[in-house]
Design a protein around this ligand. Structure first.
Ligand code: APR
Length: 321
Protein backbone atom coordinates (compact mmCIF):
# COMPACT_ATOMS: atom_id res chain seq x y z
CA UNK A 1 0.00 0.00 0.00
CA UNK A 2 1.43 3.34 -0.99
CA UNK A 3 1.60 6.10 1.56
CA UNK A 4 -1.09 8.75 1.75
CA UNK A 5 -0.26 12.25 0.56
CA UNK A 6 -1.23 15.25 2.64
CA UNK A 7 -0.94 18.78 1.28
CA UNK A 8 -0.65 21.72 3.65
CA UNK A 9 -1.56 25.09 2.15
CA UNK A 10 0.16 27.64 4.37
CA UNK A 11 3.52 27.03 5.98
CA UNK A 12 3.28 29.34 8.97
CA UNK A 13 2.88 28.50 12.64
CA UNK A 14 0.03 26.01 12.30
CA UNK A 15 1.51 24.55 9.11
CA UNK A 16 4.73 23.75 10.96
CA UNK A 17 3.01 21.93 13.82
CA UNK A 18 0.78 20.07 11.35
CA UNK A 19 3.89 18.82 9.54
CA UNK A 20 5.51 17.68 12.76
CA UNK A 21 2.42 15.81 13.91
CA UNK A 22 1.87 14.14 10.53
CA UNK A 23 5.50 12.99 10.47
CA UNK A 24 5.53 11.76 14.05
CA UNK A 25 2.27 9.87 13.57
CA UNK A 26 3.47 8.70 10.11
CA UNK A 27 0.10 9.60 8.60
CA UNK A 28 1.57 10.14 5.14
CA UNK A 29 3.95 12.19 3.01
CA UNK A 30 3.67 15.95 3.45
CA UNK A 31 3.84 18.58 0.73
CA UNK A 32 3.79 22.07 2.22
CA UNK A 33 2.81 24.93 -0.10
CA UNK A 34 3.30 28.61 0.70
CA UNK A 35 3.51 31.76 -1.42
CA UNK A 36 6.61 32.94 0.43
CA UNK A 37 9.67 31.84 -1.47
CA UNK A 38 11.88 29.30 0.34
CA UNK A 39 9.76 29.29 3.53
CA UNK A 40 8.04 25.91 3.04
CA UNK A 41 11.28 24.42 1.72
CA UNK A 42 13.20 25.60 4.78
CA UNK A 43 10.59 24.56 7.31
CA UNK A 44 10.11 21.09 5.87
CA UNK A 45 13.87 20.57 5.47
CA UNK A 46 14.29 21.29 9.18
CA UNK A 47 11.56 18.79 10.09
CA UNK A 48 12.84 16.20 7.60
CA UNK A 49 16.29 16.38 9.15
CA UNK A 50 14.82 15.31 12.51
CA UNK A 51 13.58 12.05 10.93
CA UNK A 52 16.52 9.99 12.19
CA UNK A 53 16.12 11.24 15.75
CA UNK A 54 12.35 10.92 15.80
CA UNK A 55 12.28 7.72 13.76
CA UNK A 56 9.87 8.58 10.97
CA UNK A 57 10.08 7.49 7.34
CA UNK A 58 7.60 9.77 5.60
CA UNK A 59 8.72 12.37 3.04
CA UNK A 60 8.33 15.99 4.07
CA UNK A 61 8.87 18.60 1.36
CA UNK A 62 8.05 22.21 0.58
CA UNK A 63 7.00 24.00 -2.61
CA UNK A 64 5.85 27.29 -4.11
CA UNK A 65 4.07 25.51 -6.97
CA UNK A 66 0.53 24.17 -6.71
CA UNK A 67 1.44 21.49 -9.26
CA UNK A 68 3.24 19.59 -6.50
CA UNK A 69 0.05 18.95 -4.51
CA UNK A 70 -1.28 16.70 -7.30
CA UNK A 71 -2.61 13.39 -6.03
CA UNK A 72 -3.14 14.58 -2.44
CA UNK A 73 -5.65 12.59 -0.41
CA UNK A 74 -6.14 15.36 2.13
CA UNK A 75 -5.53 19.11 1.94
CA UNK A 76 -5.32 21.15 5.14
CA UNK A 77 -5.54 24.90 4.66
CA UNK A 78 -4.05 27.48 7.02
CA UNK A 79 -3.20 30.13 4.43
CA UNK A 80 -4.07 33.61 5.62
CA UNK A 81 -3.20 36.08 8.31
CA UNK A 82 -3.77 35.38 12.01
CA UNK A 83 -5.24 37.78 14.60
CA UNK A 84 -3.34 40.41 16.54
CA UNK A 85 -4.42 41.53 20.02
CA UNK A 86 -7.74 43.38 19.96
CA UNK A 87 -8.87 41.82 16.68
CA UNK A 88 -11.80 39.43 16.30
CA UNK A 89 -11.66 36.56 13.83
CA UNK A 90 -14.14 38.49 11.70
CA UNK A 91 -11.62 41.32 11.23
CA UNK A 92 -9.60 38.93 9.04
CA UNK A 93 -12.42 38.56 6.51
CA UNK A 94 -11.29 40.78 3.63
CA UNK A 95 -7.63 39.72 3.59
CA UNK A 96 -8.23 36.04 4.10
CA UNK A 97 -11.14 35.82 1.64
CA UNK A 98 -8.87 36.98 -1.18
CA UNK A 99 -6.26 34.43 -0.15
CA UNK A 100 -8.85 31.64 0.15
CA UNK A 101 -10.14 32.31 -3.36
CA UNK A 102 -6.69 31.75 -4.84
CA UNK A 103 -6.19 28.66 -2.67
CA UNK A 104 -9.50 27.21 -3.87
CA UNK A 105 -8.39 27.65 -7.48
CA UNK A 106 -5.04 25.99 -6.83
CA UNK A 107 -6.59 23.03 -5.03
CA UNK A 108 -9.41 22.60 -7.55
CA UNK A 109 -6.98 22.50 -10.42
CA UNK A 110 -4.35 20.27 -8.86
CA UNK A 111 -5.99 18.06 -6.22
CA UNK A 112 -9.62 17.77 -7.38
CA UNK A 113 -10.29 14.53 -5.48
CA UNK A 114 -8.94 15.58 -2.09
CA UNK A 115 -10.83 15.93 1.16
CA UNK A 116 -10.27 19.45 2.46
CA UNK A 117 -9.99 20.61 6.06
CA UNK A 118 -9.88 24.38 6.55
CA UNK A 119 -8.41 26.16 9.58
CA UNK A 120 -8.09 29.75 8.25
CA UNK A 121 -10.34 32.32 9.94
CA UNK A 122 -13.03 33.55 10.02
CA UNK A 123 -13.62 29.85 9.75
CA UNK A 124 -17.24 29.40 8.76
CA UNK A 125 -16.99 32.07 6.06
CA UNK A 126 -13.71 30.69 4.72
CA UNK A 127 -15.17 27.17 4.44
CA UNK A 128 -18.20 28.56 2.59
CA UNK A 129 -15.97 30.51 0.24
CA UNK A 130 -13.76 27.50 -0.49
CA UNK A 131 -16.80 25.32 -1.22
CA UNK A 132 -18.27 27.90 -3.59
CA UNK A 133 -15.03 28.76 -5.35
CA UNK A 134 -13.92 25.14 -5.77
CA UNK A 135 -17.29 23.56 -6.56
CA UNK A 136 -16.24 20.56 -4.40
CA UNK A 137 -19.10 18.44 -3.00
CA UNK A 138 -20.00 19.44 0.56
CA UNK A 139 -18.91 16.16 2.12
CA UNK A 140 -15.32 16.87 0.97
CA UNK A 141 -15.10 20.39 2.45
CA UNK A 142 -15.09 20.88 6.21
CA UNK A 143 -13.68 23.23 8.79
CA UNK A 144 -11.88 22.74 12.07
CA UNK A 145 -13.67 24.57 14.85
CA UNK A 146 -15.60 22.38 17.27
CA UNK A 147 -12.80 19.92 18.00
CA UNK A 148 -10.68 22.76 19.34
CA UNK A 149 -13.51 24.66 21.05
CA UNK A 150 -14.68 21.43 22.71
CA UNK A 151 -11.12 20.63 23.77
CA UNK A 152 -10.79 24.05 25.37
CA UNK A 153 -14.11 23.66 27.19
CA UNK A 154 -13.07 20.17 28.36
CA UNK A 155 -9.74 21.51 29.65
CA UNK A 156 -11.42 24.18 31.78
CA UNK A 157 -13.82 21.60 33.25
CA UNK A 158 -10.97 19.18 34.00
CA UNK A 159 -8.95 21.89 35.76
CA UNK A 160 -11.97 22.98 37.78
CA UNK A 161 -12.92 19.46 38.88
CA UNK A 162 -9.38 18.13 39.28
CA UNK A 163 -9.97 15.13 36.99
CA UNK A 164 -8.21 13.91 33.86
CA UNK A 165 -9.30 15.73 30.73
CA UNK A 166 -9.47 12.31 29.05
CA UNK A 167 -12.65 11.59 31.01
CA UNK A 168 -14.43 14.79 29.99
CA UNK A 169 -17.00 14.96 27.19
CA UNK A 170 -17.92 18.52 26.29
CA UNK A 171 -19.45 19.63 23.02
CA UNK A 172 -19.33 23.10 21.48
CA UNK A 173 -21.58 23.96 18.53
CA UNK A 174 -22.17 26.97 16.30
CA UNK A 175 -19.91 29.36 14.45
CA UNK A 176 -16.22 29.57 15.36
CA UNK A 177 -16.58 33.05 16.84
CA UNK A 178 -17.68 34.87 19.94
CA UNK A 179 -21.21 33.44 19.61
CA UNK A 180 -20.21 29.75 19.74
CA UNK A 181 -22.42 27.56 21.93
CA UNK A 182 -20.88 25.29 24.59
CA UNK A 183 -23.55 22.69 25.43
CA UNK A 184 -23.63 22.69 29.24
CA UNK A 185 -26.52 20.23 29.64
CA UNK A 186 -24.58 17.28 28.21
CA UNK A 187 -21.09 18.08 29.56
CA UNK A 188 -20.08 15.06 31.62
CA UNK A 189 -17.23 13.21 33.28
CA UNK A 190 -17.50 9.62 32.08
CA UNK A 191 -21.26 9.99 32.01
CA UNK A 192 -21.70 11.94 35.26
CA UNK A 193 -23.15 15.42 34.58
CA UNK A 194 -20.60 18.20 35.19
CA UNK A 195 -23.33 20.38 36.73
CA UNK A 196 -24.05 17.76 39.39
CA UNK A 197 -20.35 17.48 40.25
CA UNK A 198 -20.07 21.26 40.52
CA UNK A 199 -23.14 21.44 42.76
CA UNK A 200 -21.66 18.78 45.02
CA UNK A 201 -18.29 20.53 45.06
CA UNK A 202 -19.74 23.88 46.13
CA UNK A 203 -22.85 22.58 47.87
CA UNK A 204 -24.54 25.58 46.28
CA UNK A 205 -26.54 25.57 43.03
CA UNK A 206 -26.07 29.28 42.31
CA UNK A 207 -22.30 29.06 42.81
CA UNK A 208 -22.12 25.99 40.55
CA UNK A 209 -23.94 27.92 37.83
CA UNK A 210 -21.64 30.89 38.26
CA UNK A 211 -18.55 28.67 37.89
CA UNK A 212 -20.01 26.97 34.80
CA UNK A 213 -20.90 30.34 33.27
CA UNK A 214 -17.34 31.51 33.74
CA UNK A 215 -16.05 28.38 31.96
CA UNK A 216 -18.52 28.90 29.10
CA UNK A 217 -17.43 32.52 28.68
CA UNK A 218 -13.75 31.54 28.85
CA UNK A 219 -14.34 28.92 26.14
CA UNK A 220 -15.98 31.48 23.86
CA UNK A 221 -13.07 33.89 24.32
CA UNK A 222 -10.32 31.23 24.52
CA UNK A 223 -8.72 32.01 21.15
CA UNK A 224 -8.54 35.70 22.06
CA UNK A 225 -7.00 34.88 25.44
CA UNK A 226 -4.09 33.19 23.65
CA UNK A 227 -3.76 36.03 21.12
CA UNK A 228 -3.56 38.55 23.95
CA UNK A 229 -0.74 36.65 25.59
CA UNK A 230 1.22 35.82 22.43
CA UNK A 231 0.86 39.36 21.04
CA UNK A 232 2.28 38.42 17.63
CA UNK A 233 -0.15 35.78 16.40
CA UNK A 234 -2.80 33.28 17.39
CA UNK A 235 -2.94 29.75 18.80
CA UNK A 236 -1.14 27.16 16.73
CA UNK A 237 -0.47 23.97 18.71
CA UNK A 238 -4.10 23.27 19.59
CA UNK A 239 -5.62 24.13 16.18
CA UNK A 240 -3.05 21.87 14.50
CA UNK A 241 -3.70 18.99 16.90
CA UNK A 242 -7.45 19.36 16.37
CA UNK A 243 -7.19 19.27 12.57
CA UNK A 244 -4.98 16.18 12.83
CA UNK A 245 -7.68 14.39 14.82
CA UNK A 246 -10.09 15.13 11.96
CA UNK A 247 -7.57 14.03 9.32
CA UNK A 248 -6.98 10.75 11.16
CA UNK A 249 -10.75 10.13 11.26
CA UNK A 250 -10.76 10.47 7.45
CA UNK A 251 -7.53 8.56 6.74
CA UNK A 252 -8.48 5.60 8.96
CA UNK A 253 -12.22 5.76 8.17
CA UNK A 254 -12.86 5.97 11.89
CA UNK A 255 -16.50 7.21 11.78
CA UNK A 256 -15.69 9.56 14.64
CA UNK A 257 -18.46 11.83 15.85
CA UNK A 258 -16.69 15.17 16.09
CA UNK A 259 -17.92 18.72 16.26
CA UNK A 260 -17.17 19.87 12.71
CA UNK A 261 -17.83 22.93 10.61
CA UNK A 262 -20.13 21.12 8.17
CA UNK A 263 -22.68 22.09 5.53
CA UNK A 264 -26.24 22.09 6.84
CA UNK A 265 -29.14 21.19 4.61
CA UNK A 266 -31.99 21.71 7.06
CA UNK A 267 -30.39 20.05 10.09
CA UNK A 268 -30.87 22.03 13.32
CA UNK A 269 -33.24 24.24 11.31
CA UNK A 270 -30.39 25.67 9.20
CA UNK A 271 -30.24 25.42 5.42
CA UNK A 272 -27.38 26.32 3.13
CA UNK A 273 -24.74 27.37 5.68
CA UNK A 274 -21.58 25.93 7.18
CA UNK A 275 -21.74 25.82 10.99
CA UNK A 276 -20.18 23.73 13.75
CA UNK A 277 -22.31 20.64 14.46
CA UNK A 278 -21.71 17.01 15.43
CA UNK A 279 -20.80 15.00 12.35
CA UNK A 280 -19.52 11.56 11.47
CA UNK A 281 -16.09 11.77 9.83
CA UNK A 282 -14.80 8.86 7.77
CA UNK A 283 -13.22 7.97 4.44
CA UNK A 284 -15.84 10.01 2.58
CA UNK A 285 -15.24 13.12 4.65
CA UNK A 286 -18.33 14.46 6.38
CA UNK A 287 -20.47 11.33 6.09
CA UNK A 288 -23.42 12.52 8.16
CA UNK A 289 -24.49 15.47 10.27
CA UNK A 290 -25.84 14.10 13.54
CA UNK A 291 -28.89 15.92 14.87
CA UNK A 292 -30.10 15.88 18.44
CA UNK A 293 -32.82 17.80 20.22
CA UNK A 294 -31.75 21.15 21.56
CA UNK A 295 -33.76 22.82 24.29
CA UNK A 296 -35.22 26.25 23.65
CA UNK A 297 -32.31 28.15 25.15
CA UNK A 298 -29.70 26.14 23.22
CA UNK A 299 -31.61 26.54 19.95
CA UNK A 300 -31.85 30.31 20.52
CA UNK A 301 -28.11 30.52 21.14
CA UNK A 302 -27.41 28.40 18.06
CA UNK A 303 -29.71 30.59 15.93
CA UNK A 304 -27.85 33.64 17.19
CA UNK A 305 -24.53 32.05 16.22
CA UNK A 306 -25.88 31.05 12.79
CA UNK A 307 -27.03 34.65 12.27
CA UNK A 308 -23.47 35.84 12.93
CA UNK A 309 -22.19 33.39 10.30
CA UNK A 310 -24.89 34.48 7.83
CA UNK A 311 -23.90 38.10 8.33
CA UNK A 312 -20.27 37.35 7.51
CA UNK A 313 -21.22 35.38 4.41
CA UNK A 314 -23.46 38.26 3.31
CA UNK A 315 -20.64 40.76 3.97
CA UNK A 316 -18.40 38.65 1.77
CA UNK A 317 -20.95 38.73 -1.06
CA UNK A 318 -21.62 42.46 -0.60
CA UNK A 319 -17.90 43.19 -0.84
CA UNK A 320 -17.64 41.01 -3.95
CA UNK A 321 -15.21 38.61 -2.26
N1 APR B 1 -1.33 30.89 -0.32
C1 APR B 1 -0.68 30.11 0.55
N2 APR B 1 -0.21 30.54 1.72
C2 APR B 1 -0.40 31.81 2.03
C3 APR B 1 -1.07 32.71 1.17
C4 APR B 1 -1.55 32.20 -0.06
N3 APR B 1 -2.19 32.97 -0.93
N4 APR B 1 -1.09 33.93 1.76
C5 APR B 1 -0.46 33.79 2.94
N5 APR B 1 -0.04 32.53 3.09
C6 APR B 1 0.74 31.94 4.19
C7 APR B 1 1.70 32.91 4.84
O1 APR B 1 2.84 33.08 4.02
C8 APR B 1 2.00 32.20 6.14
O2 APR B 1 3.16 31.39 6.04
O3 APR B 1 -0.10 31.52 5.26
C9 APR B 1 0.76 31.33 6.38
C10 APR B 1 0.00 31.68 7.62
O4 APR B 1 0.82 31.41 8.71
P1 APR B 1 0.84 32.30 10.03
O5 APR B 1 0.86 33.72 9.67
O6 APR B 1 1.93 31.77 10.91
O7 APR B 1 -0.59 31.99 10.69
P2 APR B 1 -1.06 30.71 11.53
O8 APR B 1 -0.87 30.97 12.98
O9 APR B 1 -0.49 29.47 10.94
O10 APR B 1 -2.65 30.77 11.27
C11 APR B 1 -3.18 30.61 9.98
O11 APR B 1 -5.30 29.83 10.79
O12 APR B 1 -6.23 29.79 12.93
C12 APR B 1 -6.17 30.47 11.72
O13 APR B 1 -6.65 32.74 12.33
C13 APR B 1 -5.63 31.86 11.89
O14 APR B 1 -6.24 32.63 9.70
C14 APR B 1 -5.16 32.17 10.50
C15 APR B 1 -4.68 30.81 9.97
Amino acid sequence: MSRKKIALIGGGQIGGVLTQLIAQKQLGDVIMFDVVEDLPQGKTLDIAEAAKVNGYDVNVTGTNSYKDIAGSDIVIITAGIPRKPGMSRDDLLVTNAKIMKSVAEGVKENAPDAIVIIISNPLDAMVTLFKEASGFPVNRVMGQDGVLDSSRFASFIAWELGVSVKDINALVLGGHGDTMVPIVRYANVNGIPVMELLERKYNDKAKAEEVMNAMVERTKAAGGEVVKLLKTGSAFYSPAASAIQMAEAVLYDEKRLLSTCAYLDGEFGVKGYYVGVPAILGANGVEKVVEFTLNEEEQTLLNNSVNAVKKLVEDMKRLGL
